[in-house]
Design a protein. Structure first.
Length: 277
């Protein structure tokens, strides 16, 4: 008996269609279950692994894939424990050490001794922790409006986000997105996917302390959203420069936390490509 696709699956497929035509779908074996990776770019290109924010899915990078995939082999990941088409089975996912072991297996599965690693929001927290865990495997590290890396969340943001986490509905999440993104207005298809992702059962996002970023030794780029409501942007920029004097730190004009990396992707793509080159 066939099973009708869920609203989330339909929204997922709709956004998947926005990726370049030659994008490949790979399911990489890990101890925590097969991980879905959207792959685009030259087969001999340097691997660039993109980790999304929570509930965003790897598809959120659709506006960046074509530009970044001209030179790099882009691997956009559906995070383990989150909504998407990464399956969670096998070893239980418990803590940040498990996330590091999962990424070890993922990089082994794509056949990469080392990669450029880029993460947004929760994905940036995972990326920073992994760069400390396996610095020899991260050539360059890019953190896009990272959360829980250089500072905590603003209390007002957490109060607004709480209903979307405790009693998530599509309407509640859309209202929260409208509050945070304001006039930036992320892509409607992605907004629908993000809202429905909150209703997917059995998600498990890991929450632990901030990574010891002062110990990072590889080149690091930190891009912050000018109007992010998750934190006070310029305060985070100052903290970042103090903690990592060698890092490149820039503020993306007009961007909000949840509108990245979708809105004005050209400025993000250009900043990222300049750093990776």
């Amino acid at each position: 008996m066939s099973v009708s696709p869920s609203a989330f699956d339909l929204a997922y497929d709709e956004l998947r269609a926005r990726w370049p035509e030659s994008t490949e779908e790979h399911d990489i074996a890990t101890p925590y279950g097969p991980t879905r990776v959207h792959v685009y770019g030259p087969a001999d290109g340097r691997p660039l692994v993109l980790l999304p924010g929570g509930m965003a899915t790897g598809l959120v990078w659709f506006a960046n894939a074509a530009a970044l995939g001209r030179r790099y082999r882009v691997h956009a990941v559906d995070l383990v424990g989150d909504a998407g088409r990464t399956e969670r089975r096998g070893t239980p996912l418990r803590n940040a050490d498990d996330l590091n072991t999962w990424l070890d297996a993922l990089l082994d599965g794509i056949g990469a001794a080392d990669v450029h690693l880029c993460g947004h929001s929760y994905g940036a927290w995972i990326a920073a922790g992994y760069a400390l865990h396996a610095p020899e495997r991260v050539a360059r590290l890019a953190l896009i409006d990272p959360t829980q890396v250089f500072s905590g969340f603003r209390p007002g943001y957490l109060l607004r986000a709480l209903p979307t986490l405790v009693r998530p509905t599509e309407d509640r999440v859309r209202s929260f997105l409208a509050w945070e993104t304001g006039p930036a207005r992320p892509d409607p298809a992605w907004q629908r996917l993000y809202a429905l992702a909150h209703t997917v059962p059995d998600r498990k996002l890991i929450t632990e302390g901030r990574p010891r970023v002062a110990d990072l030794r590889m080149p690091v780029l930190v891009l912050l959203a000018e109007h992010s409501r998750t934190h006070r942007t310029h305060r985070v920029a100052d903290r970042t420069r103090r903690a990592l004097p060698q890092a490149e730190v820039a503020v993306l004009p007009g961007a909000t936390h949840h509108s990245l990396p979708l809105t004005t992707p050209e400025q993000l793509n250009d900043r990222l490509a300049d750093f990776l080159d």
